[in-house]
Design a protein around this ligand. Structure first.
Ligand SMILES: Cc1cc2nc3c(=O)[nH]c(=O)nc-3n(C[C@H](O)[C@H](O)[C@H](O)COP(=O)(O)OP(=O)(O)OC[C@H]3O[C@@H](n4cnc5c(N)ncnc54)[C@H](O)[C@@H]3O)c2cc1C
Length: 305
């Protein structure tokens, strides 16, 4: 019987493991792919205080090694099913069924993709899903943002601070973003809306050099010379596993209180998978710290320790 099982080895899960293991909880962290999570594919991490230049992979490894140093056990298995409603919770993986008193859900989120042939190959080489993370690499360059919602508007405004030109490619002829953000976008001389249009091809062998655009009303094809394309068509929370088991919001994100508690006693959620305003490494780590400590408090209060 474990005190805590953490599902997901990104920054939220690794930080939860650090806090839980430091509190001497029997801590198991289960990751199905790479420890480090989404950041494992980022060549350089930005916005993490005190760390100037580090790859996402290295930061992820540092975090999980720190958790192991305090006694957490980290394994590579995929969690396939969960029983969460009783005091003893069951976590079923591809290998076996684990029992635990508490579960911290840290399965993260995945950016929605365009699904174009070059997209994956050029990710990190001009294709980005995170303007806040990668925007600074495109200083004085021409870039495009794909999308028409709040995130696309915020990304375009953010990029306009240091990029030369920002094309905003949207499949409709008006923005879906709030009126306030839409007005800021439309008044910004650096942002050039490309209405009624979709990206048909991302061009580039090693780095992005341009985009082939199709007008959805006229079928006309045009070309944009850009060095970067920021895809802001939404995120998909990896919450399928807990659908119908913990409370989710309309977008599928897990609802928690400020202590990362879900609506099920002994079940916590941290990081990108939960409903929150900013999804970054620093906020994932912060959630993980709070969740690790909240799990300890739950175990103490319920006389499980
Ligand atoms: C390309 C890219 C670059 C980024 N750059 C930055 C940056 O520079 N600075 C910054 O602050 N943020 C950046 N971000 C955002 C940041 O990476 C995320 O906010 C952060 O990783 C979220 O952490 P998390 O632990 O909540 O989730 P994730 O990092 O998504 O980790 C979740 C983990 O759970 C695992 N998992 C999911 N389901 C299961 C299952 N059933 N069983 C077992 N394991 C499972 C996944 O494999 C994954 O490893 C970037 C994101 C991307 C995609």
């Amino acid at each position: 019987m474990h005190d805590v099982i953490i599902i997901g080895g990104g920054p939220a899960g690794a930080t939860a493991a650090i806090y839980a293991a430091r509190a001497k909880l029997d801590t198991l962290i289960i990751e199905k792919a790479y420890f480090g999570g989404q950041m494992a594919i980022a060549t350089q991490m930005d916005n993490y205080p005190g760390i100037d230049s580090i790859s996402g992979n290295e930061l992820g490894e540092n975090m999980i090694n720190q958790a192991k140093k305090f006694g957490a056990v980290a394994i590579n298995e995929e969690v396939l099913d969960l029983e969460l409603d009783k005091a003893v919770k069951k976590v079923k993986t591809s290998e076996k069924v684990y029992e635990t008193r508490t579960v911290i859900l840290c399965m993260g989120a995945s950016p929605r993709k365009l699904g174009l042939p070059n997209e994956e190959m050029l990710t990190g080489s001009g294709v980005s899903y995170c303007a806040t993370c990668d925007g600074a690499f495109f200083r004085d360059k021409d870039v495009a943002v794909v999308g028409g919602g709040d995130t696309a508007a915020e990304d375009a405004l953010y990029l306009s601070r240091f990029c030369n030109k920002v094309y905003l490619i949207h499949r409709r002829d008006t923005m879906r973003a709030s009126k306030f953000l839409s007005n800021l976008v439309l008044e910004n001389p650096k942002i050039i809306p490309v209405w009624d249009s979709v990206v048909q091809e991302i061009i580039g062998d090693i780095m992005v050099t341009g985009l082939r655009i199709r007008n959805v009303k006229t079928d006309e094809i045009s070309h944009l010379d850009v060095n970067g394309v920021f895809i802001a068509i939404g995120n998909i929370p990896n919450s399928e596993l807990v659908k119908g088991k913990v409370e989710l919001n309309e977008g599928g994100y897990i609802k928690t209180d400020e202590n990362m508690k879900t609506n099920i006693p002994g079940v916590f959620a941290a990081g990108d998978i939960r409903e929150k305003p900013l999804r970054q490494v620093v906020t994932a780590a912060s959630d993980g710290a709070v969740a690790g400590q909240a799990a300890e408090k739950y175990l103490t209060e319920n006389n499980f320790m």
